[in-house]
Design a protein around this ligand. Structure first.
Ligand SMILES: [Zn+2]
Length: 119
């Protein structure tokens, strides 16, 4: 998990997304093949970190012990300026349509994605 480009990027404060080297389509989730053309030539790019919230929810039951100290917390689905969608934490009160930018916070010695309002 620590060698995953997405996780590695976050550790450096950089949000990354996967894209197809053949057709250029961005991948919403890390996959083994391009969802648009089936190519397996996938690579990673650094995202600008800017995007728009398309869904938001407040989590009040932690999915695991590691997240228990954080509840309640806000999770958002963000459509990045580059096209892919990613799920991350967000400041309380973040809602659909908000312009946000990506940042990170440290939890249990890991860097987690957290969106804040775009300046
Ligand atoms: Zn493709």
């Amino acid at each position: 998990m620590n060698n995953h480009p997405f996780t590695e990027g976050l550790a450096q404060g950089q949000l990354r997304y996967q894209y197809c080297e053949d057709c250029g389509a961005p991948q919403t989730l890390s996959r083994l093949a391009c969802s648009a053309c089936g190519s397996e030539r996938l690579a990673w790019r650094d995202a600008s970190g800017r995007g728009t919230v398309v869904a938001a929810s407040v989590v009040s039951r932690a999915p695991s012990d590691a997240f228990r100290p954080l509840v309640p917390y806000t999770l958002v689905l963000v459509e990045l300026a580059e096209g892919p969608r990613v799920v991350g934490h967000a400041l309380p009160g973040t809602g659909i349509g908000d312009q946000v930018r990506a940042g990170t916070f440290a939890h249990e010695r890991r860097s987690l994605l957290r969106f804040a309002p775009a300046a």
